[in-house]
Design a binder for this molecule. Structure first.
Ligand code: FAD
Length: 445
């Protein structure tokens, strides 16, 4: 006789796409779920907030946090079909207030997540305006104490509760990394992190230095170029002698890294060029940050590696009672969140058994060694890229379902190629290109 499945009391921290996927899969497997969300609505990153933080570099620990890093004009960088959950396709709605484009604006993604939450009754599991301030093991048990703070008009209200398991889904695009620049303390210009970039107006007629080469860096530089006097993009991924004009732009140049900055406002690049600039915009990424989590040193963040984690999800010594959804970067996030969540839900119910603690640690060690052998810096531990497809298959195999569909993989690659070849127009270009494939995908679903 099969062993009966066990229902656990599970706390999910965060109601962004990862937390919603976790709540859905956990509930489907029969667990008793509470989702804690500190904001006033679900959606996480996809809740656009026109406000910015008081410290434009977001370094002041006492600042009030604005969660989302979205800028006003942002459209998705993946086609909606690729981006959507496997079991809940992100197809256009027959509703004139919605954005039917293949690469829709950010509001459409938020509406999709709201639809998803409504469809599966997730809203009832979410406690809004309730921030988790502490998660720690209850002594001599495998249970967790979760302390939350409910925002009230006069007095915040704290509550302590005990859960069998905690799933961390707090996102990782809120706590900025800032470039270290020799001489910056006496440089007189302004500085900002892209976390606080919303609209280009601030950059009107300015000489701008933009640090970074990520997707957001590319898009923001192109938007700012429309209003700025000059924009100088500097990145560690180009050679020291690099100095070239960005094709298609008469006011944008690509440079190697900054060597130093000076009191007279000048910025000196490794290529020997000197620019007197008004503002430095750091598009330099984000840190993993779990200020509420106390694991007695079992889980650490070291040079942006969260570890040790088996398959980026379970810390072996605390598995399966603590897990993380959505740590990876350079992926199609939603379907990965969905598969990870199924796996967690099934492990917690006893449907799936994890390897022993020793075996999981061995797997992690082998993974770290493989990164070292390929010269992948520790800070890129959670960058997946192409390996997400095998990973999705692996997760699927654990849960008895498929990983990524073949069309999703093809379209994921196609968007990457489009972005490289036609960075300014790929979103609308593709729209005309492959309508037949989209129809096919919708029919399959
Ligand atoms: P989030 O969406 O960040 O959600 C985390 C949630 O946890 C938030 O609601 C937050 O309020 C809550 N929270 C945090 N701490 C606590 C706490 N202590 N207590 C209670 N609640 C807490 N992905 C794509 O697929 N396509 C794209 O085009 C795309 N573009 C992007 C553009 C930008 C600028 C950024 C920053 C990201 C983009 N992404 C994109 C990736 C995006 O982050 C993921 O799509 C996804 O939204 C991440 O979901 P998440 O749930 O992991 O995190």
């Amino acid at each position: 006789m099969p062993t009966p499945l066990i229902s656990r009391r599970v706390a999910v921290i965060g109601a962004g796409a990862a937390g919603l996927a976790a709540a859905h899969e956990l509930q489907r497997e029969g667990h008793n779920v509470v989702v804690f969300e500190r904001e006033i609505q679900i959606g996480g990153t996809w809740v656009y907030d026109p406000r910015v933080e008081s410290d434009p570099l977001s370094l002041d620990p006492s600042r009030s946090i604005i969660h989302s890093s979205l800028y006003c004009s942002l459209r998705t960088n993946l086609q909606r079909e690729v981006m959507g959950f496997i079991d809940y396709p992100f197809i256009p709605k027959d509703d004139h207030t919605r954005d039917p484009r293949r690469y829709p604006g950010h509001r459409e993604v938020l509406l999709y997540l709201q639809d998803f939450a409504r469809e599966f009754g997730i809203e009832d599991m979410v406690r809004l305006q309730t921030e988790v301030v502490y998660v720690g093991l209850v002594e001599e048990t495998n249970k967790w104490k979760v302390r939350s703070k409910k925002k009230r008009e006069n007095n915040d209200e704290f509550e302590d509760e005990i859960y069998d398991a905690v799933v961390v889904c707090n996102g990782h695009y809120t706590e900025p990394c800032v470039a270290q620049i020799p001489g910056i303390s006496s440089w007189p210009g302004k500085q900002m992190h892209s976390h606080n970039y919303r609209i280009p107006d601030l950059f009107q007629d300015q000489v701008v230095i933009l640090i970074g080469s990520s997707l957001s860096a590319n898009e923001i530089s192109r938007e700012i170029a429309g209003v700025a006097k000059e924009i100088h993009v500097t990145s560690r991924s180009v050679r020291d002698e690099t100095y070239e004009q960005q094709s298609g732009y008469d006011n944008m140049w690509i440079h190697s890294m900054i060597e130093s900055v000076h009191e007279n406002g000048s910025v000196i690049f490794r290529n020997g060029r000197v620019v007197v600039a008004d503002i430095i915009l750091h598009c330099t990424g984000y840190k993993y940050h779990f200020p509420f989590l106390e694991t007695n040193g079992i889980v650490t963040v070291d040079d942006n590696r969260v570890g040790p984690l088996f398959k980026h999800v379970f810390p072996p010594a605390l598995a399966p009672w603590l897990s993380f959804v959505g740590l990876q970067r350079k992926i199609a996030p939603f379907p990965i969140f969905e598969l990870q969540s199924k796996w967690i839900a099934d492990v917690l119910s006893g449907r799936i058994e994890l390897p022993s603690q020793e075996e999981m640690m061995e797997d992690i060690e082998a993974f770290y060694l493989s990164l070292e052998a390929s010269n992948v810096p520790k800070r890129y531990t959670h960058n997946m890229g192409d390996s997400q497809f095998d990973y999705s298959n692996w997760l699927g195999a654990q849960c008895g379902c498929e990983g990524f569909e073949e069309w999703r993989i093809q379209k994921y690659y196609a968007s990457g190629i489009g972005r490289r070849l036609r960075p300014d127009t790929y979103r609308d270009h593709e729209e005309e290109d492959d309508h037949h494939l989209v129809l096919e995908i919708h029919q399959i679903k």
